[in-house]
Design a protein around this ligand. Structure first.
Ligand code: FES
Ligand code: FES
Length: 78
């Protein structure tokens, strides 16, 4: 089963030090790029990210990155 493409571009998000985020790997969440529980009934589960440092992260929106939750440019080939 392939994940759903939420969008063919990353989501730039300013993450905050000390917070925990759950990236949606299934592509079905309505609160992209984060999990909203819509993966229930699929083989997908969210991926946890614990942030140590506030910064901007480009979360993968196409769900096809070879670098997990981080955009690696794979969306350009879709
Ligand atoms: Fe996609 Fe939870 S909604 S992993
Ligand atoms: Fe998925 Fe860039 S948005 S690789």
């Amino acid at each position: 089963m392939k994940p759903t493409i939420a969008q063919k571009a990353p989501y730039p998000i300013n993450v905050e030090a000390g917070k925990t985020y759950y990236w949606c790997s299934c592509g079905k969440s309505k609160s992209q790029p984060f999990c909203d529980g819509s993966h229930q009934g699929t083989e997908f589960t969210p991926k946890q990210l614990v942030v140590n440092e506030s910064k901007t992260i480009y979360f993968c929106g196409c769900k096809q990155s070879k670098n997990g939750m981080f955009c690696d440019g794979s969306h350009n080939a879709l």
